[in-house]
Design a protein around this ligand. Structure first.
Ligand code: ADP
Length: 882
């Protein structure tokens, strides 16, 4: 039972040491063990032998190999090592001792070094059995609480005991994690063989040995599931060393959270982000992303290749360093401002490219907000606009120059921008036209010129802006408030859309020319032309107007009525076409001559009317000349002379007849005179009384009175023409005058029977001789034009209350209705050829009518061809009795 540590000790010394040890432990009741410095067994007491069931008696063996390596545990080895090192006594350390495969007992161990006078030392170990099964109530409650906590904890929790990391406790979550394998009492290596080569055991060893906790974040672990299949999980975990009462590490507390889902989800996001970045890299422009602090966290590849910066240089605010020094402060301020305001951002500056050149770029960014509304930073692009910018500068320069030119231009010019029509520019001419000063610049047009409200221009402008179609105003009327007064002007103007380099409309160019004067004079001209036309239309003749070259430009209404053509077609046909072929060539020659010389034209010609009948006209054409003598236009007037011509013809006939009529009585007088002369000659030979002197003289008398009447009628005719017919009015009895006249006629006309019937007796106030003349004319006509019927009725009747009417009715040849009016005209006779049958001049009725008119009387005819005629005249009666 006694073990010696070495054979180095002398025999006697060893023996005395053993005796010492035996003597020391024999009387102690607790199990005691004594070891030498080499941890070999020196002695143990009876109780130790009993408690540890020692059935072997080898001495001097290592305590670790003793009694089937019962004490070959880490805890026990640690106690011994610690004691050796510190040489301080150790108390109440738990050591688990294995008695069989299923039986383990826990002992509380106290240990102390016992220094011997022989300069050697012994280790004294006492064992006290820990009654594990019987826990105090308090302990039980405590354990229950711990259990509860553990099992309900969201994390997977376990406690590994000892240097081999034996599972002591594991909560449900932990068991779930490892597919509910039976792990309690097993070491990690035994329980989870698949993690052996994944580095976890090394980590546990390190924690166990160093006492430093380990925190693992999203560590991948490959675990087998119930079916033995391997599954990748990600864990956030803590390995926290646990210590015993003596602060010695006795295990590891494992607290793990399965973050597989988050990690996989995040990995997916990262993957898609990676893919997005790949896409972004492939974009043929520069793209950047900042975080909520405005720091750049991403640039696509293009940034690096464009600027030559590397990732480190560009990140956060490093990219600003590539901006041209002259643009730097401005660009930075704009960027930071936008970042602060979290507003869309746009800025133009020069950026240094990889080869050192500065190029103009547009940098644009938009704020990014998380779905929960939180600001996340900006995402933006950088676009190289260097070439465009240079062009733009050129354009600007040009525009500048153009503006200068426009300003000086005399044509009123203005530029409006935007749909609001802001007055971007208005030159002096335009300001003058508006009657405004330059305070209207940069105002809206409707504010600068409020008087445009109600006029169509603002709408026209907006329309041009929308449609892009230029508007041309021609002589448009514009009312403008000039010097506080509304003034009307007329303008020719354009509204032309202005487009930027992308073709987008940004404004309107307005150019205007004041044509008020010309419009006003045109209006005057129109007015005078209107008057001319009105006059021309009212004129009885056919008036036409041509331009200087003789082209037809105007025909008056009479022309249209005459030809039956509309103005347009008449212009087309031309008036020459209406000239009778006999006169046409002569006219054209004369007209040609006029156009060449500007002299006037006058000729008689026949023009064809709408019925196809040629009517004689006197055509006069006169040139209207300008101040310098050049022909401005021609005015032609065609007056119908058909009636004149007819009258002329009648005149000729009249003269023929006069001579004929005068010849007859004169010849007759001459004959009777000759007869009388020869009779007087014979008087000397015979008796005068037997000679027919009386009837001859009566005939001479009759013919002479005919001649006298004829001559007085011709005299009256010329008096009427000269308006010199005077009336000698007196009151007389009309009935008496009628009776006397009939009586006179009866003297010479014995063939016709003239009846007089007086229904009333009437006094009239009139020229007795002339009324008598009228009665003679009417009765003589009745006689003359009724050769086949010998009755003539004369009646005096009352017409109205104070009017008397004399009716002369015959039953002769009668007059057709169309001639009823014409017979009262001068020299008019029905049927030209009848002059042989019915002698006369055609002045009797004309005179009768004139005389009646001058008495405020009336002369009428009722007649039908072949049925006789009834002529009557009406006079005011001064007295009338029946
Ligand atoms: P004239 O000298 O021709 O009779 P008048 O002036 O007296 O001139 O008459 C004009 C014409 O009127 C005549 O030529 C004749 O044709 C017509 N006329 C006048 N009286 C009658 C009548 N009683 N019956 C038929 N025709 C008449």
């Amino acid at each position: 039972m006694i073990e010696s540590d070495t054979s180095k000790l002398p025999k006697e010394e060893l023996d005395s040491l053993k005796n010492y040890a035996h003597g020391l432990i024999k009387t102690v009741r607790e199990p005691l063990l004594v070891l030498d410095r080499n941890q070999n067994i020196v002695a143990y007491n009876a109780n130790f032998e009993k408690k540890f069931k020692i059935n072997e008696s080898e001495g001097g063996v290592s305590v670790f190999n003793f009694n089937q390596k019962q004490l070959h545990t880490d805890e026990f080895r640690e106690i011994l090592e610690e004691l050796q090192n510190s040489e301080e006594p150790i108390s109440d350390r738990t050591v688990e001792v294995k008695f069989s495969e299923n039986e383990k007992k826990k002992f509380s161990v106290n240990a102390s070094l016992l220094s011997l006078p022989t300069k050697t030392s012994l280790t004294l170990l006492s064992f006290k059995r820990l009654k594990s099964g019987r826990l105090s109530r308090q302990e039980k409650v405590f354990n229950k609480v711990v259990d509860n906590i553990l099992s309900n904890a969201p994390a997977a929790i376990c406690i590994l005991r000892g240097p081999e990391h034996t599972f002591e406790v594991a909560n449900e979550n932990y068991l779930k994690l490892i597919a509910h394998r039976n792990i309690i009492g097993k070491t990690v290596k035994e329980a989870l063989p698949e993690v052996g080569n994944q580095g976890f055991i090394d980590l546990l060893d390190t924690v166990y040995s160093t006492g430093e906790p380990y925190i693992g974040n999203e560590i991948a672990i490959n675990l087998q599931d119930e079916n033995g299949a391997f599954r990748n999980s990600y864990l956030n975990f803590v390995y926290e060393p646990t210590r015993n009462k003596k602060s010695k590490i006795d295990g590891v507390f494992v607290h793990a959270i399965d973050v597989t889902e988050q990690v996989l989800a995040r990995k997916k996001v990262e993957e898609s982000e990676d893919r997005l970045k790949e896409v972004i890299d492939a974009v043929p422009g520069i793209i950047w992303i900042t975080n909520e602090k405005g720091e750049s966290i991403f640039f696509n590849k293009n940034w690096y290749s464009y600027t030559g910066q590397n990732v480190e240089e560009a990140k956060v605010f490093g990219w600003l360093e590539t901006i041209h020094p002259e643009d730097y402060e401005r660009a930075k301020a704009i960027f930071l401002e936008a970042q602060k305001e979290r507003k869309p951002y746009s800025s133009t500056f020069r950026l240094q490219s990889a080869n050192g050149d500065y190029r103009w770029v547009i940098d644009k960014g938009s704020p990014k907000f998380h779905s929960n509304g939180e600001y996340e930073g900006m995402i933006g692009t950088v676009i190289d606009v260097h070439d465009e910018k240079l062009k733009e500068n050129l354009v600007r320069e040009k525009e500048h120059r153009m503006q200068g030119i426009v300003k000086e231009a005399t044509v009123a010019t203005a530029i409006y921008t935007g749909l609001d029509m802001n007055i971007e520019l208005a030159n002096n001419a335009m300001l003058k036209l508006w009657g405004k000063d330059d305070s209207v610049l940069r105002k809206r047009l409707d504010q600068a010129l409020p008087e445009l409200d109600g006029q169509p221009f603002l709408e026209l402008l907006r329309n041009v802006y929308r449609t892009g179609e230029t508007y041309w105003g021609k002589e448009d009327k514009v009312d403008l408030l000039i010097n506080g007064e509304m003034q009307t002007g007329f303008y020719n103007f354009t509204y032309k859309p202005l487009r930027d380099k992308n073709g987008e409309i940004y404004g309107i160019l307005n150019m205007a020319i004041d044509v008020t004067e010309s419009v006003k004079s045109k209006m005057l001209l129109k007015e005078s032309e209107f008057h001319f036309r009105q006059m021309a239309d009212l004129m009885p003749g056919m008036v036409s107007k041509t331009d200087a070259r003789g082209s037809d430009i105007y025909f008056n209404k009479n022309w249209l009525d005459f030809t039956g053509k509309a103005s347009e077609s008449l212009k087309e046909i031309g008036w020459v076409e209406f000239i009778h072929p006999d006169e046409k060539q002569t006219y054209l020659d004369a007209w040609e001559n006029c156009l060449g010389t500007g002299c006037d034209l006058e000729m008689q010609l026949r023009l064809k009317n709408k019925e196809g009948k040629y009517i004689w006209h006197l055509s006069r054409c006169e040139a209207v000349k300008e101040d310098d003598g050049s022909v401005k236009m021609w005015i032609a007037a065609n007056t119908e002379i058909d009636k004149i011509k007819e009258e002329e013809k009648r005149k000729e006939e009249f003269l023929k007849m006069v001579s004929h009529e005068l010849k007859t009585p004169v010849t007759s007088i001459k004959g009777y005179v000759q007869l009388l002369l020869s009779l007087i000659k014979k008087q000397q030979e015979a008796e005068v009384s037997k000679l027919p002197l009386q009837p001859s003289l009566e005939r001479i008398n009759h013919q002479v009175s005919r001649l006298t009447r004829l001559i007085s009628e011709i005299l009256d005719l010329s008096r009427i023409r000269e308006n010199q017919l005077e009336l000698k009015k007196e009151e007389f009895n009309l009935n008496e005058l009628v009776a006397e006249t009939i009586q006179d006629i009866n003297y010479t006309n014995t063939q016709h029977k003239i009846d007089l019937e007086s229904e009333v007796q009437s006094l009239v106030r009139a020229d007795r001789d002339r009324i008598g003349q009228v009665i003679i004319n009417l009765i003589m006509n009745a006689i003359k034009y009724s050769p086949g019927s010998l009755n003539i009725n004369v009646k005096v009747v009352q017409e109205a209350r104070d009017k008397v009417k004399v009716i002369i009715k015959d039953f002769g040849i009668g007059i057709s209705t169309e001639n009823h009016k014409k017979i009262f005209k001068r020299f008019y006779r029905v049927g030209v050829k009848s002059e042989e049958t019915y002698s006369g001049f055609g002045i009797g009725l004309y005179l009768a009518n004139e005389i009646m008119e001058r008495h405020n009387g009336e002369i009428k005819v009722k007649s039908r061809l072949g049925e006789g005629s009834e002529f009557s005249f009406i006079l005011d009666a001064t007295q009338i009795t029946s």
